[in-house]
Write a protein that binds this ligand. Structure first.
Ligand SMILES: C[S@@+](CC[C@H](N)C(=O)[O-])C[C@H]1O[C@@H](n2cnc3c(N)ncnc32)[C@H](O)[C@@H]1O
Ligand code: SF4
Length: 455
Protein backbone atom coordinates (compact mmCIF):
# COMPACT_ATOMS: atom_id res chain seq x y z
CA UNK A 1 0.00 0.00 0.00
CA UNK A 2 1.19 3.49 -0.87
CA UNK A 3 0.57 6.40 1.46
CA UNK A 4 1.55 9.73 -0.10
CA UNK A 5 1.15 13.40 0.87
CA UNK A 6 0.67 14.23 -2.85
CA UNK A 7 -2.32 12.41 -4.31
CA UNK A 8 -1.72 13.46 -7.94
CA UNK A 9 1.64 11.66 -7.89
CA UNK A 10 0.12 8.34 -6.81
CA UNK A 11 -0.88 7.02 -10.30
CA UNK A 12 2.61 7.82 -11.64
CA UNK A 13 4.30 6.10 -8.71
CA UNK A 14 2.02 3.08 -8.93
CA UNK A 15 3.02 2.56 -12.59
CA UNK A 16 6.59 2.07 -11.37
CA UNK A 17 5.60 -0.03 -8.35
CA UNK A 18 3.57 -2.32 -10.64
CA UNK A 19 6.48 -2.66 -13.04
CA UNK A 20 8.45 -4.26 -10.18
CA UNK A 21 5.45 -6.33 -9.10
CA UNK A 22 5.66 -4.64 -5.66
CA UNK A 23 2.01 -3.64 -5.10
CA UNK A 24 2.03 -5.80 -1.96
CA UNK A 25 4.75 -3.66 -0.30
CA UNK A 26 4.05 -0.77 2.10
CA UNK A 27 5.43 2.68 1.26
CA UNK A 28 5.09 6.07 2.92
CA UNK A 29 5.94 8.86 0.49
CA UNK A 30 6.54 12.53 1.20
CA UNK A 31 7.08 14.98 -1.65
CA UNK A 32 8.16 18.63 -1.43
CA UNK A 33 9.79 21.27 -3.61
CA UNK A 34 12.61 23.29 -2.11
CA UNK A 35 15.18 25.65 -3.63
CA UNK A 36 14.63 24.35 -7.19
CA UNK A 37 14.88 20.77 -5.98
CA UNK A 38 12.17 18.10 -6.21
CA UNK A 39 12.55 16.01 -3.05
CA UNK A 40 10.96 12.60 -2.53
CA UNK A 41 11.33 10.83 0.84
CA UNK A 42 10.25 7.20 0.87
CA UNK A 43 9.82 5.01 3.92
CA UNK A 44 9.98 1.31 3.03
CA UNK A 45 10.83 -1.71 5.24
CA UNK A 46 11.62 0.63 8.14
CA UNK A 47 14.20 2.65 6.20
CA UNK A 48 13.88 6.18 4.86
CA UNK A 49 15.49 7.09 1.53
CA UNK A 50 15.72 10.66 0.22
CA UNK A 51 15.86 11.36 -3.47
CA UNK A 52 16.50 14.79 -4.97
CA UNK A 53 16.02 15.88 -8.60
CA UNK A 54 17.00 19.32 -9.94
CA UNK A 55 15.52 21.06 -12.96
CA UNK A 56 14.94 24.67 -14.04
CA UNK A 57 11.22 25.26 -13.76
CA UNK A 58 9.35 28.04 -15.57
CA UNK A 59 5.66 27.30 -15.09
CA UNK A 60 3.06 25.02 -13.52
CA UNK A 61 3.11 22.54 -16.40
CA UNK A 62 6.86 22.08 -16.02
CA UNK A 63 6.52 21.85 -12.25
CA UNK A 64 4.08 18.94 -12.51
CA UNK A 65 6.10 17.24 -15.24
CA UNK A 66 9.32 17.34 -13.18
CA UNK A 67 7.57 16.39 -9.95
CA UNK A 68 6.16 13.27 -11.64
CA UNK A 69 9.53 12.46 -13.16
CA UNK A 70 11.30 12.85 -9.82
CA UNK A 71 8.78 10.60 -8.02
CA UNK A 72 9.05 7.87 -10.66
CA UNK A 73 12.82 8.00 -10.55
CA UNK A 74 12.85 7.87 -6.75
CA UNK A 75 10.71 4.72 -6.71
CA UNK A 76 12.53 3.16 -9.66
CA UNK A 77 15.93 3.53 -7.98
CA UNK A 78 14.63 2.30 -4.64
CA UNK A 79 12.92 -0.76 -6.14
CA UNK A 80 15.81 -1.52 -8.46
CA UNK A 81 18.00 -1.87 -5.35
CA UNK A 82 15.33 -3.76 -3.44
CA UNK A 83 14.51 -6.31 -6.16
CA UNK A 84 17.74 -6.39 -8.19
CA UNK A 85 15.64 -5.98 -11.36
CA UNK A 86 16.13 -3.52 -14.21
CA UNK A 87 13.81 -2.73 -17.13
CA UNK A 88 14.61 -1.90 -20.76
CA UNK A 89 12.88 1.50 -20.59
CA UNK A 90 13.84 2.18 -16.96
CA UNK A 91 11.52 4.62 -15.20
CA UNK A 92 9.85 5.69 -18.46
CA UNK A 93 6.19 4.84 -17.98
CA UNK A 94 2.99 6.47 -19.19
CA UNK A 95 4.60 8.33 -22.08
CA UNK A 96 5.64 7.18 -25.52
CA UNK A 97 9.45 7.15 -25.68
CA UNK A 98 9.42 8.94 -29.04
CA UNK A 99 7.06 11.63 -27.69
CA UNK A 100 9.39 12.34 -24.78
CA UNK A 101 12.38 12.42 -27.13
CA UNK A 102 10.61 14.89 -29.45
CA UNK A 103 9.65 17.08 -26.46
CA UNK A 104 13.27 17.20 -25.32
CA UNK A 105 14.51 18.02 -28.81
CA UNK A 106 11.87 20.77 -29.20
CA UNK A 107 13.28 22.38 -26.05
CA UNK A 108 16.80 22.26 -27.45
CA UNK A 109 18.06 19.37 -25.33
CA UNK A 110 19.70 16.08 -26.27
CA UNK A 111 17.07 13.44 -25.51
CA UNK A 112 19.69 10.76 -24.87
CA UNK A 113 20.80 12.60 -21.72
CA UNK A 114 17.34 12.43 -20.19
CA UNK A 115 16.94 8.79 -21.24
CA UNK A 116 20.21 8.04 -19.46
CA UNK A 117 18.93 9.71 -16.27
CA UNK A 118 15.69 7.70 -16.58
CA UNK A 119 17.70 4.44 -16.76
CA UNK A 120 16.62 3.58 -20.31
CA UNK A 121 19.13 1.03 -21.64
CA UNK A 122 21.72 2.40 -24.08
CA UNK A 123 20.44 -0.06 -26.68
CA UNK A 124 16.86 1.22 -26.39
CA UNK A 125 17.96 4.85 -26.39
CA UNK A 126 19.73 4.22 -29.71
CA UNK A 127 16.68 2.33 -30.95
CA UNK A 128 14.39 5.30 -30.25
CA UNK A 129 16.91 7.46 -32.13
CA UNK A 130 16.59 5.10 -35.11
CA UNK A 131 12.79 5.35 -35.12
CA UNK A 132 12.97 9.14 -35.00
CA UNK A 133 15.38 9.15 -37.92
CA UNK A 134 13.02 7.03 -40.06
CA UNK A 135 10.09 9.31 -39.14
CA UNK A 136 11.83 12.49 -40.35
CA UNK A 137 10.15 12.73 -43.79
CA UNK A 138 6.73 12.19 -42.17
CA UNK A 139 7.36 14.88 -39.58
CA UNK A 140 8.49 17.24 -42.31
CA UNK A 141 5.08 16.75 -43.92
CA UNK A 142 2.98 16.70 -40.75
CA UNK A 143 -0.63 17.88 -40.57
CA UNK A 144 -3.71 16.75 -42.48
CA UNK A 145 -6.21 14.11 -41.48
CA UNK A 146 -6.33 10.33 -41.13
CA UNK A 147 -9.74 8.70 -41.62
CA UNK A 148 -10.48 5.60 -39.50
CA UNK A 149 -13.48 3.28 -39.77
CA UNK A 150 -14.00 0.76 -36.97
CA UNK A 151 -15.56 -2.64 -37.73
CA UNK A 152 -15.63 -4.46 -34.38
CA UNK A 153 -16.54 -7.96 -35.56
CA UNK A 154 -14.34 -11.08 -35.35
CA UNK A 155 -14.62 -14.78 -36.16
CA UNK A 156 -13.71 -15.79 -32.57
CA UNK A 157 -12.19 -13.96 -29.64
CA UNK A 158 -8.44 -14.44 -29.17
CA UNK A 159 -7.43 -15.11 -25.57
CA UNK A 160 -5.06 -12.15 -25.23
CA UNK A 161 -7.36 -9.62 -26.89
CA UNK A 162 -9.27 -6.99 -24.91
CA UNK A 163 -10.82 -5.46 -27.97
CA UNK A 164 -14.57 -4.79 -27.65
CA UNK A 165 -15.40 -7.55 -30.01
CA UNK A 166 -17.44 -10.71 -29.64
CA UNK A 167 -17.51 -13.60 -32.09
CA UNK A 168 -19.66 -12.48 -35.02
CA UNK A 169 -22.06 -15.34 -34.26
CA UNK A 170 -23.15 -13.27 -31.23
CA UNK A 171 -23.34 -9.87 -32.97
CA UNK A 172 -24.64 -10.80 -36.43
CA UNK A 173 -28.02 -9.22 -35.76
CA UNK A 174 -26.40 -5.76 -35.44
CA UNK A 175 -24.21 -5.77 -38.54
CA UNK A 176 -26.70 -4.30 -41.04
CA UNK A 177 -27.79 -1.48 -38.71
CA UNK A 178 -24.19 -0.90 -37.69
CA UNK A 179 -23.20 -0.42 -41.33
CA UNK A 180 -26.11 2.00 -41.85
CA UNK A 181 -24.76 4.08 -38.96
CA UNK A 182 -21.25 4.03 -40.41
CA UNK A 183 -22.70 5.13 -43.77
CA UNK A 184 -24.48 8.04 -42.01
CA UNK A 185 -21.31 9.00 -40.17
CA UNK A 186 -19.20 8.89 -43.33
CA UNK A 187 -21.69 10.97 -45.34
CA UNK A 188 -21.67 13.58 -42.56
CA UNK A 189 -17.90 14.10 -42.87
CA UNK A 190 -18.00 15.87 -46.25
CA UNK A 191 -17.78 19.43 -44.84
CA UNK A 192 -14.87 18.64 -42.52
CA UNK A 193 -12.60 16.51 -44.70
CA UNK A 194 -9.86 18.81 -45.99
CA UNK A 195 -6.53 17.08 -46.42
CA UNK A 196 -6.89 13.33 -45.99
CA UNK A 197 -3.53 11.53 -45.86
CA UNK A 198 -4.87 8.01 -45.36
CA UNK A 199 -7.92 5.80 -44.90
CA UNK A 200 -7.80 2.87 -42.46
CA UNK A 201 -10.60 0.34 -42.04
CA UNK A 202 -9.69 -1.37 -38.79
CA UNK A 203 -10.91 -4.12 -36.57
CA UNK A 204 -11.83 -6.38 -35.27
CA UNK A 205 -11.57 -8.27 -38.47
CA UNK A 206 -13.17 -6.26 -41.30
CA UNK A 207 -13.16 -9.23 -43.70
CA UNK A 208 -15.45 -11.21 -41.40
CA UNK A 209 -18.52 -9.37 -42.73
CA UNK A 210 -20.23 -10.39 -45.99
CA UNK A 211 -18.95 -9.01 -49.34
CA UNK A 212 -22.13 -6.94 -49.95
CA UNK A 213 -21.74 -5.42 -46.45
CA UNK A 214 -18.08 -4.62 -47.09
CA UNK A 215 -19.07 -3.04 -50.39
CA UNK A 216 -21.50 -0.70 -48.60
CA UNK A 217 -18.58 0.63 -46.54
CA UNK A 218 -16.33 0.98 -49.60
CA UNK A 219 -19.11 2.74 -51.55
CA UNK A 220 -19.71 5.20 -48.70
CA UNK A 221 -15.99 6.04 -48.67
CA UNK A 222 -15.94 6.38 -52.46
CA UNK A 223 -18.83 8.86 -52.28
CA UNK A 224 -16.54 11.20 -50.32
CA UNK A 225 -14.44 11.69 -53.50
CA UNK A 226 -11.15 11.72 -51.66
CA UNK A 227 -7.90 12.03 -53.57
CA UNK A 228 -5.93 8.79 -54.05
CA UNK A 229 -4.07 8.07 -50.81
CA UNK A 230 -2.85 5.23 -48.60
CA UNK A 231 -5.93 3.02 -48.10
CA UNK A 232 -5.60 0.13 -45.67
CA UNK A 233 -7.97 -2.66 -44.66
CA UNK A 234 -7.01 -4.56 -41.53
CA UNK A 235 -8.62 -7.55 -43.23
CA UNK A 236 -7.11 -9.44 -40.41
CA UNK A 237 -7.38 -13.09 -39.78
CA UNK A 238 -6.32 -15.47 -42.51
CA UNK A 239 -9.46 -17.59 -42.02
CA UNK A 240 -11.73 -14.92 -43.52
CA UNK A 241 -9.86 -14.14 -46.74
CA UNK A 242 -11.63 -14.78 -50.05
CA UNK A 243 -10.84 -13.81 -53.65
CA UNK A 244 -14.18 -12.00 -53.80
CA UNK A 245 -13.37 -9.69 -50.87
CA UNK A 246 -9.85 -9.04 -52.14
CA UNK A 247 -11.06 -8.22 -55.66
CA UNK A 248 -13.74 -5.92 -54.25
CA UNK A 249 -11.09 -4.16 -52.14
CA UNK A 250 -8.84 -3.71 -55.15
CA UNK A 251 -11.73 -2.39 -57.26
CA UNK A 252 -12.48 0.26 -54.63
CA UNK A 253 -8.87 1.46 -54.45
CA UNK A 254 -7.60 -0.29 -51.31
CA UNK A 255 -3.80 -0.50 -51.55
CA UNK A 256 -2.72 -2.04 -48.19
CA UNK A 257 -4.00 -5.18 -46.54
CA UNK A 258 -3.15 -6.71 -43.15
CA UNK A 259 -2.67 -10.46 -43.05
CA UNK A 260 -2.04 -11.21 -39.38
CA UNK A 261 -0.47 -14.51 -38.37
CA UNK A 262 0.51 -13.54 -34.77
CA UNK A 263 2.48 -16.83 -34.79
CA UNK A 264 3.40 -19.45 -37.37
CA UNK A 265 3.00 -22.28 -34.85
CA UNK A 266 -0.27 -24.24 -35.18
CA UNK A 267 0.04 -25.32 -31.54
CA UNK A 268 0.21 -21.69 -30.39
CA UNK A 269 -2.60 -20.61 -32.71
CA UNK A 270 -4.88 -23.20 -31.14
CA UNK A 271 -3.84 -22.17 -27.61
CA UNK A 272 -4.63 -18.50 -28.22
CA UNK A 273 -8.02 -19.26 -29.75
CA UNK A 274 -7.25 -18.13 -33.32
CA UNK A 275 -8.81 -21.17 -35.01
CA UNK A 276 -6.65 -20.90 -38.14
CA UNK A 277 -3.39 -22.54 -39.18
CA UNK A 278 -0.02 -21.27 -40.35
CA UNK A 279 -0.82 -22.82 -43.74
CA UNK A 280 -3.96 -20.63 -43.97
CA UNK A 281 -1.80 -17.57 -43.29
CA UNK A 282 0.41 -18.46 -46.26
CA UNK A 283 -2.64 -19.06 -48.46
CA UNK A 284 -4.18 -15.71 -47.45
CA UNK A 285 -0.86 -13.96 -47.99
CA UNK A 286 -0.33 -15.30 -51.51
CA UNK A 287 -3.98 -14.66 -52.38
CA UNK A 288 -3.62 -10.98 -51.32
CA UNK A 289 -0.15 -10.55 -52.88
CA UNK A 290 -1.56 -11.42 -56.34
CA UNK A 291 -3.58 -8.19 -56.28
CA UNK A 292 -0.45 -6.10 -55.68
CA UNK A 293 -1.39 -4.82 -52.20
CA UNK A 294 1.30 -3.69 -49.77
CA UNK A 295 0.95 -6.24 -47.00
CA UNK A 296 1.22 -5.73 -43.28
CA UNK A 297 1.94 -8.66 -40.97
CA UNK A 298 1.38 -8.62 -37.19
CA UNK A 299 3.33 -10.89 -34.86
CA UNK A 300 3.22 -11.14 -31.06
CA UNK A 301 6.31 -11.95 -28.98
CA UNK A 302 5.65 -13.85 -25.76
CA UNK A 303 2.55 -15.84 -26.76
CA UNK A 304 1.58 -18.66 -24.41
CA UNK A 305 4.13 -21.45 -24.29
CA UNK A 306 6.42 -19.96 -26.95
CA UNK A 307 10.21 -19.98 -26.57
CA UNK A 308 12.65 -17.68 -28.37
CA UNK A 309 13.14 -20.52 -30.86
CA UNK A 310 9.39 -20.60 -31.67
CA UNK A 311 9.34 -16.84 -32.06
CA UNK A 312 12.45 -16.94 -34.27
CA UNK A 313 10.59 -19.41 -36.51
CA UNK A 314 7.62 -16.99 -36.82
CA UNK A 315 9.96 -14.10 -37.59
CA UNK A 316 11.73 -16.14 -40.23
CA UNK A 317 8.44 -17.19 -41.88
CA UNK A 318 7.25 -13.57 -41.89
CA UNK A 319 10.52 -12.24 -43.32
CA UNK A 320 10.58 -14.94 -46.02
CA UNK A 321 7.26 -13.56 -47.31
CA UNK A 322 8.93 -10.13 -47.72
CA UNK A 323 5.86 -8.03 -46.78
CA UNK A 324 5.98 -4.21 -46.82
CA UNK A 325 5.50 -4.11 -43.04
CA UNK A 326 6.01 -6.40 -40.05
CA UNK A 327 4.75 -5.18 -36.69
CA UNK A 328 6.17 -6.96 -33.65
CA UNK A 329 3.94 -6.63 -30.58
CA UNK A 330 5.06 -7.67 -27.11
CA UNK A 331 2.30 -9.62 -25.37
CA UNK A 332 0.43 -7.38 -23.00
CA UNK A 333 -2.06 -8.29 -20.29
CA UNK A 334 -5.23 -6.30 -20.87
CA UNK A 335 -8.39 -5.93 -18.82
CA UNK A 336 -11.24 -7.64 -20.63
CA UNK A 337 -9.02 -10.35 -22.20
CA UNK A 338 -9.59 -14.00 -21.25
CA UNK A 339 -5.88 -14.27 -20.47
CA UNK A 340 -6.24 -11.59 -17.79
CA UNK A 341 -8.92 -13.61 -15.98
CA UNK A 342 -6.37 -16.38 -15.39
CA UNK A 343 -3.08 -14.52 -15.09
CA UNK A 344 -2.22 -11.74 -12.70
CA UNK A 345 1.16 -10.90 -14.18
CA UNK A 346 3.09 -11.92 -17.29
CA UNK A 347 6.47 -13.49 -16.58
CA UNK A 348 7.72 -14.64 -19.96
CA UNK A 349 11.07 -16.31 -20.06
CA UNK A 350 13.20 -15.17 -22.97
CA UNK A 351 11.06 -12.14 -23.88
CA UNK A 352 14.15 -9.89 -23.99
CA UNK A 353 15.84 -12.37 -26.33
CA UNK A 354 12.74 -12.39 -28.58
CA UNK A 355 12.79 -8.60 -28.92
CA UNK A 356 16.56 -8.62 -29.60
CA UNK A 357 16.01 -11.30 -32.25
CA UNK A 358 13.30 -9.23 -33.91
CA UNK A 359 15.63 -6.23 -34.05
CA UNK A 360 18.60 -8.10 -35.46
CA UNK A 361 16.68 -10.27 -37.94
CA UNK A 362 14.48 -7.47 -39.28
CA UNK A 363 17.43 -5.10 -39.60
CA UNK A 364 19.42 -7.75 -41.47
CA UNK A 365 16.45 -8.28 -43.80
CA UNK A 366 16.38 -4.56 -44.70
CA UNK A 367 13.44 -3.44 -42.50
CA UNK A 368 13.49 -0.11 -40.65
CA UNK A 369 11.68 0.56 -37.34
CA UNK A 370 9.22 3.41 -38.02
CA UNK A 371 6.75 3.63 -35.14
CA UNK A 372 6.68 2.30 -31.63
CA UNK A 373 4.54 2.44 -28.52
CA UNK A 374 4.31 0.80 -25.14
CA UNK A 375 1.39 -0.40 -23.06
CA UNK A 376 0.82 -1.12 -19.40
CA UNK A 377 1.49 -4.70 -18.28
CA UNK A 378 3.58 -5.50 -21.33
CA UNK A 379 5.79 -8.56 -20.89
CA UNK A 380 9.24 -7.54 -19.64
CA UNK A 381 8.43 -3.81 -20.06
CA UNK A 382 9.22 -3.98 -23.81
CA UNK A 383 7.45 -2.26 -26.72
CA UNK A 384 5.40 -2.74 -29.90
CA UNK A 385 7.28 -1.71 -33.00
CA UNK A 386 6.32 -1.43 -36.66
CA UNK A 387 9.06 -2.23 -39.20
CA UNK A 388 8.84 -1.44 -42.90
CA UNK A 389 10.90 -1.84 -46.03
CA UNK A 390 12.35 1.54 -47.14
CA UNK A 391 9.57 3.78 -48.48
CA UNK A 392 6.85 1.34 -47.33
CA UNK A 393 5.99 2.68 -43.86
CA UNK A 394 2.27 2.94 -43.13
CA UNK A 395 1.67 6.69 -42.88
CA UNK A 396 -1.55 6.11 -40.90
CA UNK A 397 0.40 4.43 -38.09
CA UNK A 398 2.86 7.31 -37.82
CA UNK A 399 0.22 10.05 -38.04
CA UNK A 400 -2.00 8.52 -35.39
CA UNK A 401 0.62 7.18 -33.04
CA UNK A 402 2.74 10.33 -33.06
CA UNK A 403 -0.36 12.56 -33.03
CA UNK A 404 0.98 14.71 -35.87
CA UNK A 405 -2.29 14.69 -37.82
CA UNK A 406 -5.99 14.83 -36.94
CA UNK A 407 -7.76 11.51 -36.61
CA UNK A 408 -11.35 11.44 -37.85
CA UNK A 409 -12.71 8.15 -36.60
CA UNK A 410 -16.13 6.57 -37.18
CA UNK A 411 -17.84 3.50 -35.73
CA UNK A 412 -18.09 2.01 -32.24
CA UNK A 413 -15.08 2.56 -29.98
CA UNK A 414 -13.63 5.04 -32.46
CA UNK A 415 -11.71 7.99 -30.99
CA UNK A 416 -11.46 11.16 -33.07
CA UNK A 417 -8.65 13.55 -32.18
CA UNK A 418 -8.25 17.15 -33.15
CA UNK A 419 -4.66 18.36 -32.74
CA UNK A 420 -4.09 21.98 -31.74
CA UNK A 421 -0.45 22.12 -32.78
CA UNK A 422 0.68 25.51 -31.52
CA UNK A 423 -1.14 25.06 -28.22
CA UNK A 424 0.26 21.60 -27.48
CA UNK A 425 -3.31 20.42 -26.93
CA UNK A 426 -5.50 17.60 -28.22
CA UNK A 427 -9.30 17.32 -28.03
CA UNK A 428 -10.81 13.84 -28.18
CA UNK A 429 -14.22 12.46 -28.99
CA UNK A 430 -14.78 8.82 -28.05
CA UNK A 431 -17.73 6.85 -29.43
CA UNK A 432 -19.41 4.22 -27.24
CA UNK A 433 -17.70 0.84 -27.20
CA UNK A 434 -20.82 -1.19 -27.01
CA UNK A 435 -22.52 -1.73 -30.40
CA UNK A 436 -26.20 -1.17 -29.40
CA UNK A 437 -25.24 2.03 -27.53
CA UNK A 438 -23.23 3.21 -30.51
CA UNK A 439 -26.22 2.61 -32.79
CA UNK A 440 -28.58 4.51 -30.50
CA UNK A 441 -26.18 7.50 -30.18
CA UNK A 442 -25.21 7.78 -33.84
CA UNK A 443 -26.99 11.13 -34.39
CA UNK A 444 -25.28 12.72 -31.37
CA UNK A 445 -21.86 11.39 -32.40
CA UNK A 446 -22.28 13.03 -35.81
CA UNK A 447 -23.26 16.38 -34.27
CA UNK A 448 -20.40 16.26 -31.73
CA UNK A 449 -17.83 15.48 -34.40
CA UNK A 450 -19.01 18.32 -36.62
CA UNK A 451 -18.67 20.62 -33.62
CA UNK A 452 -15.17 19.31 -32.82
CA UNK A 453 -13.83 19.73 -36.35
CA UNK A 454 -15.87 22.81 -37.36
CA UNK A 455 -13.93 26.05 -37.79
C1 LIG B 1 -6.86 -4.60 -33.00
S1 LIG B 1 -5.93 -6.02 -33.40
C2 LIG B 1 -6.71 -6.33 -34.97
C3 LIG B 1 -6.08 -7.36 -35.82
C4 LIG B 1 -6.93 -8.49 -36.39
N1 LIG B 1 -8.20 -8.57 -35.80
C5 LIG B 1 -6.24 -9.82 -36.19
O1 LIG B 1 -6.25 -10.31 -35.07
O2 LIG B 1 -5.73 -10.38 -37.13
C6 LIG B 1 -4.34 -5.38 -33.87
C7 LIG B 1 -3.16 -6.16 -33.39
O3 LIG B 1 -2.92 -5.94 -32.01
C8 LIG B 1 -2.14 -7.00 -31.50
N2 LIG B 1 -2.65 -7.33 -30.16
C9 LIG B 1 -3.94 -7.40 -29.78
N3 LIG B 1 -4.01 -7.70 -28.46
C10 LIG B 1 -2.73 -7.81 -28.00
C11 LIG B 1 -2.13 -8.11 -26.73
N4 LIG B 1 -2.87 -8.36 -25.66
N5 LIG B 1 -0.80 -8.11 -26.64
C12 LIG B 1 -0.02 -7.84 -27.73
N6 LIG B 1 -0.53 -7.57 -28.94
C13 LIG B 1 -1.86 -7.55 -29.09
C14 LIG B 1 -2.25 -8.16 -32.48
O4 LIG B 1 -1.00 -8.38 -33.09
C15 LIG B 1 -3.27 -7.66 -33.49
O5 LIG B 1 -2.99 -8.10 -34.80
S1 SF4 C 1 -6.78 -10.18 -32.07
FE1 SF4 C 1 -7.99 -9.59 -33.83
S2 SF4 C 1 -9.23 -11.41 -34.32
FE2 SF4 C 1 -8.46 -11.69 -32.30
S3 SF4 C 1 -10.17 -10.96 -31.02
FE3 SF4 C 1 -8.67 -9.28 -31.24
S4 SF4 C 1 -9.41 -8.08 -32.92
FE4 SF4 C 1 -10.44 -10.08 -33.02
Amino acid sequence: MLNSNTSWLVPEIMDVVRLFDCEGEDFVHYFFFDGGKYINCIQHMGEITDFSYSADTHDDIEFKRYAKRSAKLAFYELLQKFTGKTFPYGALTGIRPTKLAYMEMAEGRVFKELFNIMHVSAENTDFVGRVIQVQQPYYANKGGQELFISLPFCPTKCRYCSFITAPISATKQYVETYISCVERELASLKPILKRVNSIYIGGGTPFVIEPDQLERIYAAIKALNLPVCEYTVEAGRPDVFTEEKLKLSKDYGVNRICVNPQSFSDITLQKIGRRHTAEQTLEAYYMAAKYGFDINIDLIAGLEGESPLDFEHSLKCAIDLHPANITVHTLSLKAGAKLKEETRRLHIEGIGEMISLSRSMLTAAGYQPYYMYRQKYQAGGHENCGWALPGKACAYNIGVMEEISHNIAVGANAISKRIYEGENRIERLASPKDIPTYISKCGKIIADRLALFGE
